[in-house]
Design a protein. Structure first.
Length: 163
């Protein structure tokens, strides 16, 4: 019975992932090129720290962006818009591409500690002018496939029970 439930969950996850990949991503409120910024030597963790307890990587506030953009490209319309978010202390309403389903426990820190890299789940972001969802990493099927490839646990309790 448990195998049937896992199989049904994996199939549902695959269908949801397929539907998600078919969608055109929404435009971001401020254009941002990971390719351009990472080419200047920035690292993922420079803008996306992993505060305790480690489940989520954070998206930087506009004020973090303005530490450079107070003098770099400050007259561009997108940077002026970013400056307005920073001045108002209002978060930039970024469109998220990867969200963990409700009822699922997931930790960035545990995965990074196990040797995973940002690119393994999010794709080659350093080559992306516009961020997009390129993996099915936040689906049950995606998690199970990755865990099976790396001989990590695949039982329900790893993500759904006792956390």
């Amino acid at each position: 019975m448990a195998c049937r439930i896992q199989l049904a969950g994996a199939l549902l996850g695959f269908l949801v992932a397929l539907a998600t990949f078919a969608q055109t991503p929404e435009p971001q409120p401020v254009p941002y090129s990971h390719k351009q910024h990472l080419a200047m030597g920035l690292k993922c963790q420079d803008c996306h720290p992993n505060p305790d307890p480690g489940e989520k990587m954070t998206i930087p506030p506009a004020s973090k962006c303005m530490t450079c953009h107070a003098s770099v490209a400050r007259d561009r319309p997108a940077i002026r818009k970013l400056a307005a978010y920073a001045e108002s202390r209002e978060p930039v309403p970024w469109v998220r591409f990867y969200t963990v389903p409700a009822g699922t426990y997931w930790s960035h820190r545990a995965h990074l500690s196990a040797g995973m890299t940002c690119q393994m789940c999010h794709g080659d972001v350093a080559q992306m002018e516009v961020m997009s969802k390129v993996t099915n990493v936040t689906t049950m099927a995606g998690c199970q496939e990755c865990h099976e490839q790396r001989n990590a646990g695949t039982g329900c309790e790893f993500c759904h029970e006792g956390k």
